[in-house]
Design a protein around this ligand. Structure first.
Ligand SMILES: [Zn+2]
Length: 210
């Protein structure tokens, strides 16, 4: 293994790109070499944007999605909107799923971003998910208006495994309460991922959730 301090900056950049979701060694190299071809103004802007990102974008304390804070509080525009239906909480895997559902314009409840899905064959991934955070939010809303938790995961083995994980996680919390769990996935076709679903598909999935 090469020690980080003996690596060139180019190699370090390639290593960092390799850790991006869905990016392999070849693509990581392409990204790094592309940066070498950019004009200096672009590379400066890119590095400044990345450096400023953590200061300007924060995680919503309620739904855990990232949003640009413009002097407001620690809750995003959805969670702090008093018009949203607080009886419904949809659990989704990532921030992008919210964008897709909001685009469909048919859901007016709240969300919780779990932070990923649970692969069938990798139990360790469970530690990366915000399971405890979700439990906490559900417990907090139990005494308020919450009546339904909607599981919005993809219709594939990992998505279904994640649904089972969340059901088990909330089993004790929801026992003897009127809160029901429904599945958005059952209204989506097999293999569908929310992020790429069109507005009509999401609308149908929501109407036919069970
Ligand atoms: Zn939020």
């Amino acid at each position: 293994m090469v020690l980080w301090c003996f690596m060139s900056n180019l190699d370090k950049l390639i290593r960092l790109f390799e850790q991006f979701p869905g990016i392999g060694a070849r693509q990581a190299k392409r990204f790094a070499f592309h940066i070498l071809t950019l004009p200096e103004t672009d590379t400066r802007e890119l590095s400044e944007l990345i450096a400023d990102l953590q200061g300007s974008v924060i995680e919503c304390t309620s739904c855990r999605r990232f949003f640009a804070r413009n002097g407001g509080g620690n809750e995003c525009n959805i969670c702090s909107d008093g018009e949203r239906d607080r009886t419904k909480l949809m659990v989704i895997s990532q921030d992008n799923d919210i964008t897709a559902i909001e685009r469909s314009g048919v859901y007016d409840g709240l969300y919780f971003v779990l932070g990923g899905t649970l692969p069938l064959l990798d139990k360790k991934e469970q530690n990366k998910l915000r399971g405890n955070g979700l439990k906490h939010v559900v417990e907090e809303r139990l005494g308020q208006e919450l009546t339904e938790v909607i599981l919005g995961f993809a219709v594939n083995p990992d998505g279904e495994n994640t649904s089972r994980y969340v059901e088990k996680l909330l089993e004790d919390t929801l026992k003897d309460t009127p809160v029901t769990i429904s599945h958005l996935g059952r209204g989506l076709s097999t293999g569908s991922e929310l992020e790429y679903a069109d507005a009509d598909t999401i609308k149908n999935a929501l109407t036919n959730r069970s």
